[in-house]
Design a protein around this ligand. Structure first.
Ligand SMILES: [Zn+2]
Length: 306
C-alpha cells in the first residue's frame, strides 16, 4: 500500500448469504419428507453446510488479511439474459477480485483437458462426479460484471477506456474453500493451475497480484463508490433450490389422497405413473408398495405399504 494513503483494512459491505436461509428451510422439509426424498434433502443440507463452512473460511482469511479492501459477499447480478451469482467481489487498492468459492467435499482432480472431477463419500456411500469447470463458470461471471459496469459508463469513450482496462483491473480467482479436500492437478495445464488456489493461499495471492500490478491505486472514496455501485446492482436471487423439494412433498401429500380415492398417482421425481408392486426381498418381502413405473431409470418409492 502506498505511504500516502492511510490504511483502512478489510471492510465488509455485505456479509450475509442465501445459504443459511436455504439450510433452515430444507431442515423443515426434511422433517416431513418420505424416506427417499428425505435422503436427498439431507444430502443437499449436508452439501450446503459444507458450503457455508467454506465461505466462512474465506471470510476469516479476508478479515485477518490486514489489506485495504471493500468486500461484498454473495451478490447476484443480471445483464439482459445473463446472470451471475458471485461469491465474493473484493475491491482492493489496485484491482477488483472476483472469487468463485468451491466448497467441495472430497478430492478434486483436474485433468489435462481442464475437466474437473470430484470424489466424495457420504454415510459410507461413494460418489464420483464430473463438475462444470469453475474457471469457465467464473469467466462467465466476469463477463456479466463487465457488461454491468460498462453500461454505467455514460458515453462511448468512457466505455472504451473501461473495456481496454478490464483485463488489468479485474481478476478471476477460483478458491477451494474446504481445507480437507485434496487438489490433484498434476496433469492440469499451467494456466489452469494458476487460476485455482486454496483458501489459505488467498491473501498471499492477492498481495502478489497487487504488488505486481502497475496500475494506479484507488483512493478510498473510489473503492467505496465501486462497492456501493455493485451493491446497488445486486438483486435478490430468484432461484430457490428448496422449491423443487417443496414441490416433491406437495405431490407426495396429493398422492396419499389419490391412493385413498383409487386415483392414479404421479411420481414426484419424474412425473411418471406410480404402480403397485410387491417387495420380493428384504425386510418388507411380500408387502405391497407404490413404485415409479419409470423403474429402473427412476427408483422412487412411495412410502405407503397397503
Ligand atoms: Zn419416477
Amino acid at each position: 500500500m502506498s505511504i500516502f494513503q492511510k490504511s483502512i483494512g478489510p471492510i465488509f459491505v455485505k456479509e450475509d448469504s442465501d445459504t443459511s436461509a436455504f439450510i433452515v428451510k430444507m431442515k423443515g422439509l426434511s422433517a416431513e419428507a418420505s424416506p427417499r426424498i428425505k435422503e436427498e434433502i439431507d444430502k443437499q443440507i449436508k452439501l450446503a453446510s459444507y458450503g457455508e463452512t467454506g465461505e466462512k473460511n474465506i471470510a476469516f482469511e479476508l478479515k485477518n488479511s490486514g489489506l485495504d479492501m471493500y468486500i461484498l459477499h454473495d451478490i447476484y447480478l443480471e445483464h439482459e439474459d445473463l446472470s451471475a451469482q458471485i461469491d465474493y467481489l473484493i475491491i482492493c487498492r489496485k484491482k477488483v477480485y472476483i472469487l468463485e468459492c468451491k466448497n467441495l467435499v472430497g478430492d478434486i482432480e483436474v485433468d489435462s483437458n481442464g475437466q474437473f472431477t470430484r470424489k466424495y463419500e457420504i454415510n459410507g456411500k461413494k460418489y464420483k462426479e464430473s463438475i462444470y469447470s469453475p474457471i469457465t463458470q467464473n469467466e462467465r461471471h466476469m463477463n456479466v460484471i463487465k457488461e454491468v459496469r460498462k453500461s454505467s459508463k455514460s458515453n462511448f469513450v468512457t466505455k472504451q477506456i473501461f473495456l481496454s482496462n478490464f483485463e488489468k483491473g479485474y481478476q478471476s480467482i477460483v478458491v477451494l474453500a474446504n481445507p480437507k479436500s485434496c487438489l490433484n492437478d498434476k496433469y492440469a495445464k499451467k494456466e489452469i493451475k494458476q487460476k485455482v488456489i486454496r483458501a489459505d493461499q488467498l491473501v498471499a495471492f492477492i498481495k502478489k497480484c497487487e504488488s505486481e500490478c502497475d496500475e494506479p491505486e484507488y483512493f478510498e472514496k473510489d473503492m467505496k463508490d465501486l462497492a456501493e455501485f455493485y451493491l446497488s446492482k445486486s438483486i435478490p436471487n430468484k432461484s430457490d433450490y428448496s422449491k423443487k423439494y417443496e414441490e416433491f412433498l406437495k405431490i407426495e401429500k396429493d398422492n396419499v389422497v389419490k391412493a385413498q380415492n383409487n386415483e392414479e398417482q404421479i411420481c414426484p421425481k419424474c412425473g411418471s405413473k406410480l404402480v403397485l408392486r410387491t417387495a420380493r426381498t428384504g425386510q418388507y418381502a411380500g408387502k405391497q408398495f407404490y413404485g415409479c413405473s419409470g423403474y429402473p431409470n427412476c427408483k422412487y418409492i412411495q412410502n405407503i405399504c397397503l
